[in-house]
Design a binder for this molecule. Structure first.
Ligand SMILES: Nc1ncnc2c1ncn2[C@@H]1O[C@H](COP(=O)(O)OP(=O)(O)OP(=O)(O)O)[C@@H](O)[C@H]1O
Ligand SMILES: [Mg+2]
Length: 347
């Protein structure tokens, strides 16, 4: 073929503390990791998923693309947090041409925003387990002003937003193709970021329960700042420099226990409502997954396999990506990689 359709996208995960970028290339030998990099977001520039300092974040993205020598301008990004609502709803089976209208009118009662303020997407999951006249539909609503904000940001950075995904789906997207994923195993994917945690219980490609909450490493930084009466910036630096004083050790332990209780609560709720029974494996991701004591407290509470995600597994890595680099960024990388797997014509 003379002209190969160029359909690959750069995956760009705009976290509230770190931006991650990934570019993959498909070859006869397999998928090659071409580019991967992270850059810290200016402090306070993104709060609760909203872009407060557009110019500052756009600048960080531009610098990251430049330092990684990424030429491709078409990107896939994702959003999460309060402005994104994901729900499984139960609705009557209707002919295809009526579906759009039915779902929009049903959606109103499940979304805490005015229906005109959100973009709605949905996917039919299958027949309801309670009645053959009903079906389960995965409903996703994203606030229009949030979408506009991210399109503006990406354009300002000199890039073209081709796909706007949801963080949780991008994580699920990469996990499903990892050699370690077992379609028969009920698995909980947990992503603990700086300002939010997303939980997704999966079996194969089907999501059985999703939850988002506001836990994250910012809790440690805020507690440290108030305990030692120092600024948030100083507390963040202490945390990132790996300070190991008694105060920070105690805060880390108490935050790890809080995260652990929240996760246990979700698992117990799921297990008591589902005949699909037991969560068999927990896969940790997000920078919060590095928190000392977190994985141990989960192990103490739950009789479940707990592993840290290795999203690079199965990819062909060049010399530019030594094992030490890969293990240092592995937990933070999956969403950007999941986005890099998207294609221009994906829905
Ligand atoms: N190797 C590491 N060791 C210890 N802590 C780390 C490591 N990497 C990242 N972190 C911490 O984990 C935090 C969360 O990282 P992550 O990249 O998942 O957050 P984010 O995606 O920016 O946040 P959010 O998804 O909530 O917007 C970072 O702020 C950082 O302090
Ligand atoms: Mg994140």
């Amino acid at each position: 073929m003379l002209f190969r359709k160029k359909d690959h996208l750069v995956g760009l995960d705009i976290g509230s503390s770190f931006i991650k970028v990934a570019e993959l290339k498909t070859s006869k030998k397999g998928t090659i990791l071409k580019k991967f990099g992270v850059a810290q977001v200016p402090f306070g520039a993104i709060v609760e998923g909203r872009v407060i300092d557009k110019e500052g974040v756009a600048n960080t993205i531009r610098t990251l693309f430049k330092s990684q020598k990424i030429k491709e301008k078409n990107v896939a990004i994702s959003t999460g947090g309060h402005s994104v609502v994901i729900k499984t709803i139960n609705t009557a089976k209707v002919p295809d041409k009526e579906l759009h209208g039915t779902i929009h009118s049903e959606a109103e009662q499940y979304i805490p925003y005015d229906i005109d303020e959100v973009n709605i997407d949905y996917q039919i999951l299958g027949e309801s387990e309670f009645s053959s006249d009903q079906m389960n539909v995965l409903l996703v609503a994203v606030k229009k002003d949030l979408v506009a904000e991210y399109i503006d940001l990406i354009t300002l950075a000199g890039l073209i937003p081709q796909i706007i995904d949801v963080d949780t789906f991008a994580l699920q997207n990469i996990y499903e193709v990892l050699p370690e994923s077992d379609p028969e195993e009920v698995t909980l994917l947990v992503d603990v970021g700086a300002s939010k945690t997303s939980l997704n219980i999966l079996k194969g490609n089907a999501s059985l329960m999703m939850r988002d909450n506001v836990s994250g490493t910012n809790q440690i930084i805020e507690e440290l700042s108030s305990e030692l009466d120092i600024s948030i910036e100083e507390a963040e630096k202490m945390f990132q420099d790996g300070d190991d004083s008694k105060t920070i050790r105690e805060i880390r332990r108490s935050v790890a226990n809080t995260w652990c209780s929240e996760i246990c609560e979700v698992i117990y709720t799921f297990q008591s409502n589902s005949n699909e029974n037991k969560v068999e494996k927990i896969v940790l991701s997000g920078g919060g997954g590095f928190l000392e004591g977190f994985s141990d407290s989960l192990k103490t509470e739950l009789d479940v396999d707990i592993v840290a995600i290795n999203p690079f597994e199965g990819l062909i890595l060049g010399k530019r990506f030594p094992a030490s680099f890969i293990s240092g960024v592995g937990l933070q990388a999956p969403i950007a990689l999941g986005l890099a797997l998207r294609r221009v014509d994906d829905k």
